[in-house]
Ligand binder design. Structure first.
Ligand code: CU
Length: 338
């Protein structure tokens, strides 16, 4: 019923506007002020002059937006490749910024300078090869630079890493929490398979794989050492999630049924960052960056970047998969480890 009324209102509104235009045209014909005279020369000139203040107001507004929202941009990068990503973004922003300013200045200045005057006509030409060449080749060069530079950075960031030289770990996503798993003493993650998902085995770990037994399983917060390559694998139990670690400029989708990966090197410890930001409450954070359900907004985990010694100490205190399975499972539905 409401939608029918809405349609009727719109249709009647259009009819009313059409009738009003007709009335205006008729009255103009009767007064003999048809066509060009409908907009006087002084009106045109006034509009042309408004273009310049509008241009300045527009740029002033842009500057105001940048200044007032700049604190909401990404915080300082705390990973090796993050610095390169920031440089790449700033380079892109610079090029786009220059074009943005140039185009708008020319747009409004021309509208101001070349307003319609009686007896003055624009030069007409059908084709200019030179002009076509300029506006094809110049943007092509800039786009090529942006794309080649971007690809080079991306290839560097995603190039394979030797897992023997990295801390191997996994982030497991489910509605609505994260679980971290470390390779343990052998630094190898036990095999997993989504088909093994069960109440007593929520991470779907293959309990027959001996590599899994010493894996460390952690909730609430996870630690990583500074200046070491961290090789992360990502899995999901239910729907698409995305592991987002803004300070490390790292984000990777967690896809049900498959395993994704990313590696990075943290460069600033949590303690150093607390000092740098003069914020004693500062913490690195892992967020979910795919809207995955009702409490997606609170799907997060604290990350602590430690010195190597502190990291090892913390990890030694964490329970292994085997210990956890033994202590948490009741006798009748125990995960069988053999
Ligand atoms: Cu999520």
């Amino acid at each position: 019923m409401i939608s029918l009324l809405t349609y009727l209102t719109i249709i009647l509104g259009v009819v009313a506007i059409a009738r009003l235009v007709k009335v205006y045209e008729l009255s103009a014909t009767l007064k003999g002020t048809e066509k060009e005279e409908a907009v006087s020369d002084s009106d045109t000139k006034f509009n042309a002059r408004l273009m310049l203040p509008f241009l300045f107001a527009f740029f002033a507004f842009c500057v105001y937006l940048v200044v007032s929202y700049k604190d909401n941009l990404l915080p300082e990068s705390a990973s090796e490749h993050g610095v390169e990503i920031d440089t790449l973004f700033n380079f892109n922003l610079l090029i786009v910024g220059i074009v943005f300013v140039a185009v708008n200045v020319v747009l409004f200045y021309f509208a101001y300078k070349y307003y319609s005057r009686k007896g003055v006509y624009a030069t007409y030409f059908a084709h200019s090869t030179k002009l076509e060449m300029i506006w094809t080749i110049v943007p092509a060069i800039f786009l090529a630079v942006i794309i080649i530079y971007g690809l080079a950075v991306w290839n560097k960031i995603t190039s394979p890493v030797d897992s023997n030289k990295a801390i191997v770990m996994e982030l497991f996503a489910e509605q609505f929490k994260w679980t971290a798993r470390y390779g343990g003493n052998d630094n190898v993650l036990g095999e997993s398979n989504y088909k093994l998902t069960a109440d007593m085995n929520p991470l779907a770990i293959d309990t027959t794989d001996k590599h899994a037994w010493d894996d460390k399983i952690v909730n609430g917060e996870f630690h990583i050492p500074v200046n070491k390559v961290v090789l992360m694998y990502f899995r999901s139990k239910d729907v698409l999630h995305s592991a987002y670690m803004p300070h490390f400029r790292a984000q990777m989708n967690c896809v049900p049924g498959m395993r994704t990966e990313f590696h990075f090197t943290p460069t600033i410890t949590t303690a150093e960052m607390k000092e740098k930001t003069k914020n004693p409450d500062f913490d690195y954070v892992l967020l979910c960056n795919k809207i995955c359900g009702s409490t997606h907004w609170n799907m997060q985990m604290k990350i602590v970047v430690d010195s190597d010694a502190d990291y090892k100490k913390w990890l030694a205190e964490q329970k292994t998969f085997k210990e956890k399975s033994m202590s948490e499972n009741t006798s009748e539905n125990k995960v069988v480890l053999n």
